[in-house]
Design a protein around this ligand. Structure first.
Ligand SMILES: [Zn+2]
Length: 316
């Protein structure tokens, strides 16, 4: 069974294990987008990562992960809601080619100006959580390494990720030490009262890392999640949670596109209408077309107010 996030916990609650393998949700997302193989892989790995991380959000809203590049790839962006609805898109830079041998560093960080951006975007009705944005350099040779660096430096969480993707599947596994059990900067002494035979959280973490070291990307792509977990952790007494379904869903609407045009400004929109007679917009995430004729465009700026919504779409 695919398109499910599966979560497990060690009996001492010191470490979480999560795994996801997307099939239809990933293929629906790719259906209207065509990328060179290395870009498709980066996008799929970021999608798998976003599901693994968004499932632990403590608010209703979205996790947005962005790789901003200075090379042939300008942007890879993935959004996953707390309900595990995903959407993702990539933007290539005009005039550049993407070689099959392209890596995260050569495609996104060729001049050292690449950035990894994490946005936590609570729904408006979510009380008590403020939007958050973290920006770090692109450190590492893979999406997994970039995220591991981010989690260690910004979230203070010791995290390991295995990520992979091809045209059929996007998949990933996460190991994470929980904050109360020896996060990075909380070395834990073994309590005097503890039985000598009971492993500490640190020992459990090292044991899981050792067991996971054999995991290959081909296994994540080709095997169902239960088989992967069983192969790695068959001798562990994992606590199991109900699987959570993952779906591709783009929440773009005509209203959001209209707000984007309002943000663009009346003079800009007027000049497009004068030049082309109307404004044609295609959602970058789902490919849905939106048509605004001259009358629609005039109406946009009658008593309209500007919003801070991110640009989802491109004027064509
Ligand atoms: Zn859309």
């Amino acid at each position: 069974m695919n398109d499910l996030l599966k979560k497990y916990l060690l009996p001492d609650h010191s470490t979480r294990v999560q795994i996801v393998r997307l099939e239809q949700a990933w293929q629906v997302g790719l259906a209207h987008q065509s990328y060179p193989v290395p870009v498709q892989r980066l996008l799929g790995e970021l999608v798998a990562a976003s599901v693994l991380l968004a499932s632990n959000l403590k608010f209703d809203g979205s996790l947005i992960l962005q790789l901003q590049g200075d090379g042939p790839v300008a942007l890879v962006v993935v959004e996953c809601t707390s309900e595990l609805n995903i959407r993702a898109t990539a933007t290539l830079r005009d005039g550049h080619t993407v070689p099959d041998s392209g890596t995260l560093q050569t495609l996104l960080n060729s001049q050292g100006q690449g950035r990894f951006i994490v946005v936590l975007d609570p729904n408006q009705k979510t009380q008590g959580f403020q939007p958050y944005q973290g920006v770090v350099p692109l450190e590492g040779d893979s999406v997994a390494q970039v995220l591991e660096h981010y989690m260690a430096s910004s979230e203070q969480l010791d995290t390991r990720l295995w990520l992979t993707a091809d045209a059929q599947h996007a998949a990933g596994m996460l190991l994470q030490r929980l904050p109360d059990h020896g996060g990075l900067h909380q070395p834990q002494a073994k309590p005097d009262t503890q039985e000598a035979t009971t492993p500490t959280a640190a020992e459990t973490w090292e044991r899981l890392l050792h067991l996971s070291a054999t995991l290959k990307q081909t296994e994540l792509l080709e095997l169902d999640s239960d088989t992967v977990i069983h192969r790695l952790f068959w001798q562990e007494d994992l606590l199991t949670f109900d699987p959570q379904p993952v779906a591709w869903h783009c929440p773009c609407t005509r209203e959001r596109v209209a707000q984007m045009l309002q943000n663009l400004g009346q003079s800009e929109v007027d000049s497009i209408v004068q030049e082309r007679g109307s404004v044609e917009i295609v959602c970058n995430f789902c490919g849905k077309p939106y048509h605004f004729d001259a009358v629609d465009c005039t109406g946009l700026f009658t008593g309209a107010t500007q919003t801070g919504l991110p640009p989802d779409a491109t004027v064509h």
